[in-house]
Design a protein around this ligand. Structure first.
Ligand code: SF4
Length: 225
């Protein structure tokens, strides 16, 4: 399979009954500000080139963000913060992305998540995280020939990613611990931690734009971009 085929396949997934119900209900009821829009309302595939050397792993799409636009990390405040930083360090062609087909390009970078459907309260259950794991496993397997670095946004993504990495890479012992600015080597692969771009973190200044830019710039450099 190719990455494009994987993206197609994940968009059709209905493995988690609670998340299927939620993503579709949100798409039906909408938020007033988006009442005239057609929500995506399906699993949100990763975005970015199939030969990326940098992967960014978040948590899950937002109900009125990715679940509306169909693109990971777009259409909400968290995505705005991330794309501004990606643009600032030269990894994205524009500082924001409003909808599919708006010309956005990611340079050598692919953005994905361990859970592809918007969860209620942004909290997937452990069972949902585990159910979605095979998608991330396949995606990273496909990216592996070119992949040099992974930035993980937040502890949830880190915990979800480690078992995936244990498959294709050799995990150091003790197991790498999440932290902002944490960096580990898995063979040739750089694993970097960064606080999540959630509003709880960005509004409170726990994660500033400069902190995010620093991690992304480091990742860009070690990924050879
Ligand atoms: Fe499928 Fe993942 Fe969505 Fe569950 S969260 S329905 S496994 S795409």
């Amino acid at each position: 399979a190719t990455v494009a085929e994987l993206d197609e396949a994940v968009s059709e997934c209905r493995r988690c009954p609670r998340l299927v119900a939620w993503r579709e209900e949100v798409a039906r009821t909408k938020r007033a500000a988006y009442a005239n829009e057609t929500y995506w309302g399906r699993p949100v595939p990763g975005i970015g080139p199939a030969d990326a050397s940098l992967a960014i792993v978040g948590l899950a799409p937002a109900a009125h963000g990715g679940n509306r636009t169909g693109r990971m990390f777009t259409g909400d405040r968290s995505g705005d913060v991330l794309f501004q930083a990606l643009y600032d360090v030269g990894l994205a062609s524009q500082p924001n992305s409003v909808r599919r087909g708006d010309g956005l390009e990611l340079y050598g970078t692919r953005i994905t998540a361990p859970v592809h459907c918007a969860p209620p309260a942004n909290k997937p259950t452990p069972a949902e995280r585990d159910a979605c794991r095979p998608w991330l496993e396949r995606e990273l397997e496909l990216l592996k020939p070119t992949l040099r670095a992974i930035v993980v946004l937040g502890a949830f993504g880190w915990q979800a990613l480690l078992p995936v990495l244990a498959h294709g890479w050799s995990l150091p012992r003790p197991v790498p611990k999440f932290g902002h600015g944490a960096e580990f080597m898995l063979g040739e692969l750089h694993l970097l931690g960064c606080y999540h771009v959630s509003q709880q973190n960005t509004f409170t200044g726990r994660l500033t734009p400069a902190m995010l830019r620093d991690v992304l710039a480091r990742a860009r450099d070690v990924a050879g971009l």
